[in-house]
Design a protein around this ligand. Structure first.
Ligand SMILES: *Cc1c(COP(=O)(O)O)cnc(C)c1O
Length: 426
């Protein structure tokens, strides 16, 4: 039996290897089913999912309410394109604008597309509202950013693997150190053609770097002072992941009464993706107020699938689930518990150097060099012990389970992690 089962996984992996481009390096596990915080492989082994498809599945796998929204809309109307109106897009747009506290939303499909959209809006705003001379607008970004994979976005990445041999690169970006207000102010002061500041409230891909307290508030204030748009990429941090509806908080309608966050900061443009659909369908969006979104007029921008009826139905359901199931509160409470438990383990461990994060977006640091494969090998062991996670950069492992997790399940996961690292130290 075991031998036959092994073949099932290996066959699936071989097929991907033979016919799929090798643009990923997946953990060797082949999944066929998901429910809530769990996934099952083709051999029937059950795992805790501690990645949640990079925080796209915050509402848990195959959430029945979201899947119902998908299937009932799919039987009625799937795609009209924006050449015609449909009866659900406006309903979604109103719902999302009120939910996040903005005048307007521009619907797209993937996170990278939404980032591209924000860049285009920012540039157009700079020429038409701020009065920057054509083709001169610049956008400040941060070192070690991750905003997606398009040609323009990788142009301002500093990850050599993502960039090398994809040039020539798009101009108009200035890179500064993350979490460094002096660098931001110096960049704003040095150049009068700055249109925007694009930033992740927590750098997820880079290894879950949480900036200092008040960094975002002070950065926003600097942007206001220099008439520069503050653009928050919350594709990964948004939708309750960090213990609040948005990591920037904003004037969204988060219901977390125990929110321990610093005071709200409202971005001029908010970029959302991933969990806005609960991981059921590609849905992304840019939100802004009329003074900014008003620069976009018919023909300026678009997408055949952006704002399609299925996306609208799925996103409404996914956003409702976040409130109905108090996912922001749950993420905040369980995140604290998770970090407390692992911090208590650090003094007894040679391998675990630290744990950091916010809500249920966390990472552990492994005591080894950047180049070592220790973090990868720990992830293989975690898999064997029933928990799926992946290293981000070098010796950092990101832990981001679905937010529908219970306390009992989280404690079970903590013991799997502690047991695995302990086994490793022997
Ligand atoms: C994942 C991610 C993106 C890109 O989203 P895709 O849907 O993969 O294009 C952009 N920004 C951040 C912060 C992300 O985590």
């Amino acid at each position: 039996m075991a031998i036959v089962d092994q073949n099932l996984s290996q066959k699936a992996i071989d097929l991907e290897n033979e016919y799929g481009a090798h643009n990923y390096h997946p953990l060797p596990v082949v999944l066929e089913k998901g429910e809530g915080v769990y996934v099952w492989d083709v051999e029937g082994k059950k795992y805790y999912d501690f990645l949640s498809a990079y925080s796209a599945v915050n509402q848990g796998h195959c959430h029945p309410k979201i899947v119902d929204a998908l299937s009932s809309q799919a039987k009625k109307l799937t795609l009209t394109s924006r050449a015609f109106h449909n009866d659900i897009l406006g309903v979604y747009e109103k719902y999302a604008c009120e939910y996040f506290g903005f005048d307007k939303i521009l619907p797209m499909n993937t996170g990278a597309e939404a980032v591209e959209t924000a860049i285009k809006i920012c540039r157009k705003w700079a020429y038409e509202k701020k009065g920057i001379a054509e083709n001169e607008a610049k956008i400040i970004v941060c070192e070690n950013n991750f905003h997606g994979r398009t040609t323009t976005i990788i142009s301002f990445s500093n990850d050599p693997v993502a960039r090398k041999n994809f040039g020539p690169y798009t101009k108009g970006f200035i890179k500064i150190e993350y979490d460094n207000l002096e660098a931001l102010e110096a960049a704003l002061m040095a150049d009068s053609n700055i249109a925007g500041f694009l930033v992740e409230p927590i750098q997820g891909e880079a290894g879950v770097y949480v900036p200092s307290e008040y960094y975002l508030q002070k950065a926003k204030a600097l942007c206001e002072q220099y008439n520069v748009l503050f653009i928050a990429d919350e594709v990964q941090t948004g939708i309750a992941r960090t213990g609040r509806l948005l990591a920037t908080c904003g004037n969204c309608t988060c219901s977390n009464k125990n929110c321990s966050g610093t005071p709200e900061v409202k971005p001029d443009m908010l970029i959302l993706g991933k969990a806005i659909s609960g991981g059921v369908y590609p849905v992304s969006a840019v939100l802004a107020n009329d003074d900014i979104m008003g620069v976009i007029r018919p023909g300026n921008h678009g997408s055949t699938f952006g704002g399609n009826p299925i996306a609208a139905a799925v996103a409404i359901a996914a956003l409702e689930v976040v409130k109905e199931e108090n996912l922001a509160e749950n993420a905040e409470r369980l995140g604290k518990l998770f970090r407390d438990k692992l911090e208590a383990f650090i003094p007894t461990s040679d391998l675990l150097l630290g744990v950091r994060g916010k809500g249920l977006l966390n990472a552990i640091l492994i005591n080894d060099t950047e180049e070592s494969d220790t973090a990868w090998n720990i992830c293989l062991k975690l898999r064997d012990n029933g928990l799926l996670a992946k290293p981000t950069h070098g010796n950092i492992i990101r832990f981001a389970p679905p937010l529908v997790m219970t306390e009992e399940q989280l404690l079970d996961c903590v013991s799997i992690i502690v047991k695995t690292i302990t086994e490793f130290e022997k």
